[in-house]
Design a protein around this ligand. Structure first.
Ligand SMILES: [Zn+2]
Length: 82
């Protein structure tokens, strides 16, 4: 099988396109997460999880969870001096 230069160019373009699509799909890949505050299951993009957004399902849960984290931190160890 021999390809004409034009066919070759098209094949190369399709390959590049497929690669780009695969890269985008990877970035958009959804990850199943469970909210640390309310236990609800939700999905986040992998890129978001990498930025620490995979812990809580929503902003209220994020705030509640952070508050609780701080409370337990200060509750177990009375003083934290840094
Ligand atoms: Zn939640």
């Amino acid at each position: 099988m021999s390809l004409s230069p034009k066919q070759r160019a098209v094949a190369l373009m399709n390959l590049e396109k497929a690669r780009a699509e695969a890269r985008i799909a990877k970035q958009k890949r959804l990850v199943d997460c469970i909210c640390e505050n309310c236990g609800k299951q939700f999905t986040r993009r992998l890129s978001e999880v990498k930025h620490g957004m995979g812990k809580y399902c929503s902003l209220p849960c994020l705030y509640a969870g952070r508050k609780r984290e701080t409370a337990t931190k200060f509750g177990s160890k009375k003083k934290l001096n840094h």
